[in-house]
Design a protein around this ligand. Structure first.
Ligand SMILES: [Zn+2]
Length: 323
């Protein structure tokens, strides 16, 4: 069973979201559309974003059995008033279920994380409706994930896995060229989020049955774990805020495999073990892996068992299929 845990959808249109500049879709043809945000072109998307038949064809071509289908983060709406956030989540979550009517497509919902009570309510509604997990952005304004322990614990309590995706990237002239927001900003955001989980004491407080995965190989965290570990010991007065040194927590979360380079994949397996890396592609976006899974399939250092875990068995654990 080959399972891709990192893919996105965009519905082919949605009701007016209710504020000037709200995300909308300009349909340019049967197969192409433009996501428009603040009345500016944001991202061109194709029909694989909304057409399940096209997705299934692409999966067949790449030998993928199932996809976890998550929201596209530009629609999270965390910066909107809570009531509006609920409405956005409901609109997109219900449309996701239409796209994911085939059992090979596994829907993950979004929640209005700016209001934890309402986020929990929407999470539970979505679980009842058939969503199998939740994708969250890696921060809400200036609040990192250590401010959302209650929500994460609730996910653990009701057995909903969490996929953390970077979004709302830092801007400014130095990072708004060469796609640096995606190339540098996204890995840095995810790095920061994992640090917030560790140093913010989230893993000390949340129960071990929380199943949580970070996108893009966990960003730059694995490469700089040694620096973090050194700082935790040498500047314990400032960052010794977790019960244990950071390396203690690497078995508490998973990362996906979309790192494009066998040396990077090897580092992920070295740091997190073959039990904590899962196939992810970022399908169908251009900075994703295509064909899906080629890095893992071709990585010579992986044993047959390790490859099978990364391509699908770990995802089945993440999705709760063995519990
Ligand atoms: Zn993605």
């Amino acid at each position: 069973m080959i399972i891709d845990v990192h893919t996105h959808y965009v519905p082919q249109g949605w009701p007016e979201l209710g504020w000037p500049g709200a995300p909308r879709l300009r349909v340019d043809s049967e197969r192409e559309a433009m996501i428009v945000v603040n009345d500016q072109d944001f991202r061109k998307v194709g029909h694989e974003c909304w057409d399940p038949a096209r997705r299934l064809d692409d999966m067949d071509a790449d030998g993928v059995d199932r996809q976890v289908v998550s929201p596209t983060p530009v629609f999270f709406g965390y910066d909107r008033p809570a009531a509006q956030g609920v409405r956005i989540s409901k609109i997109f979550n219900d449309l996701a279920l239409d796209i994911c009517s085939d059992e090979r497509l596994i829907p993950f919902c979004q929640v209005p994380l700016q209001d934890v009570e309402l986020a929990v309510e929407e999470l539970e509604r979505c679980k009842r409706q058939g969503h199998r997990g939740v994708e969250i952005g890696n921060h809400v304004g200036d609040l990192d994930l250590d401010h959302f322990v209650e929500f994460l614990q609730h996910c653990a309590d009701i057995g909903m896995p969490v996929f953390v995706h970077p979004w709302d990237l830092p801007g400014g002239p130095r990072i708004e060229r060469w796609m640096a927001q995606w190339i540098v900003g996204m890995p840095a955001e995810t790095h920061l989020s994992i640090i917030a989980m560790v140093l913010g004491g989230v893993f000390d407080r949340v129960s071990r049955d929380l199943r949580i995965c970070f996108a893009h190989g966990g960003g730059s965290f694995a490469f700089w774990l040694g620096r973090l570990e050194n700082a935790w010991h040498r500047r314990h007065d400032v960052i010794g805020t977790s019960e244990h040194p950071p390396s203690h927590y690497v078995d508490r979360f998973s990362v996906d495999s979309v790192v494009f380079d066998e040396r990077a994949l090897r580092l992920l397996v070295d740091v997190f073990t073959e039990d904590r890396v899962m196939l992810g592609s970022d399908f169908p976006y251009p900075l994703g892996e295509s064909p899906v899974g080629q890095l893992v399939r071709n990585a010579g250092f992986l044993s047959g068992t390790a490859r099978a875990k990364i391509l699908g068995n770990n995802a089945r654990t993440f999705l709760g299929e063995f519990s």
